[in-house]
Design a protein around this ligand. Structure first.
Ligand code: ZN
Length: 283
């Protein structure tokens, strides 16, 4: 999922995030002091080496979008993977799928893949054996916590999709939105053939992870940094993530567009549980 040319995609992103694009990075920080943008992103634990900036939108680590205006606000705050109890997803996560009739809308088979990915999340169980992520479809994007949008970037044949990083407001983790590059997934650009149902489910499940605050499992391999302390990236507890490629079958490995869906690994499930702050952490 390399990003080679962000110009057009950034324009699309700006159109889609029109409200955000008009903001300047002048909002008050917690302490009231201006901080360096790179420093703020570093504090969140992201690799700033290849960070791309377009208006209010920041691209990091290939397929994760942050917003300058949310980096340091107390509420909502651009989230990191928080310790248990600090924030959790809504009890009922409302989602919206752009219909085929809309700009960037999905056809029926793409919609089926999105629904399959959501079903995979909703079937996850905690250590009590009960499900902990509950979803409900809505038909107005204004009502949804997660919006699924398609877009078309012919010029970036390697970026299959991306997701916004979540925010936190009043201890609620507000998931980001998921964007799928239909030009790539439909095979109209680049060398990737149209993605199959299985490949689309993998892609959507991967991006949904980012929308909940899950980072790349193979972050060491990709050169994405780890930071210690109260902010930044760290290994999810109860996962054996200590080597460059600790979980080759993880849905959350980066640079995996075109991979086939084979379900979540045990480590994936722990990462999802950790990031969404389920009431009972899977061990
Ligand atoms: Zn990713």
């Amino acid at each position: 999922m390399n990003i080679k040319n962000l110009t057009l995609l950034s324009v699309v992103a700006c159109l889609l995030f029109s409200a955000s694009c008009q903001k300047d990075f002048k909002e008050k920080h917690d302490g009231g002091d201006e901080e360096n943008l790179t420093s703020l992103v570093t504090k969140l634990g992201f690799d700033t080496l290849n960070m791309k900036v377009s208006g209010d939108t920041l691209w990091v680590e290939d397929d994760i979008v942050l917003f300058k205006s949310k980096l340091s606000q107390t509420s909502p705050r651009q989230a990191i993977a928080n310790p248990p109890g600090s924030a959790s997803v809504p009890n009922l996560i409302l989602y919206y799928i752009a219909p085929q009739s809309a700009l960037g809308g999905f056809n029926s088979s793409e919609e089926a893949a999105i629904l399959a990915a959501i079903a995979s999340y909703s079937s996850l169980t905690n250590s009590n054996g009960t499900t902990y992520l509950n979803f409900q479809r809505v038909y107005s994007l204004n009502q949804a916590h997660i919006n699924f949008f398609g877009y078309s970037n012919q010029r970036d044949a390697n970026l299959c999709g991306f997701a916004q990083w979540p925010t936190v407001n009043n201890r609620i983790l507000n998931p980001g939105d998921v964007y799928i590059n239909l030009a790539v997934t439909r095979g109209t650009t680049g060398t990737i053939s149209p993605l199959s149902h299985s490949q689309l489910v993998f892609l959507v499940a991967h991006e949904m992870g980012h929308a909940f605050g899950v980072r790349h499992t193979n972050w060491r391999l990709l050169g994405e940094p780890q930071f210690e302390g109260s902010v930044g990236a760290y290994t999810v507890p109860f996962t054996d993530n200590s080597s460059p490629n600790p979980d080759p079958s993880s849905v959350f490995n980066g640079r995996t567009c075109g991979f086939y869906w084979n379900g979540f690994t045990a480590g994936d499930e722990r990462a999802i549980s950790w990031s969404t702050q389920a009431s009972i952490l899977i061990q």
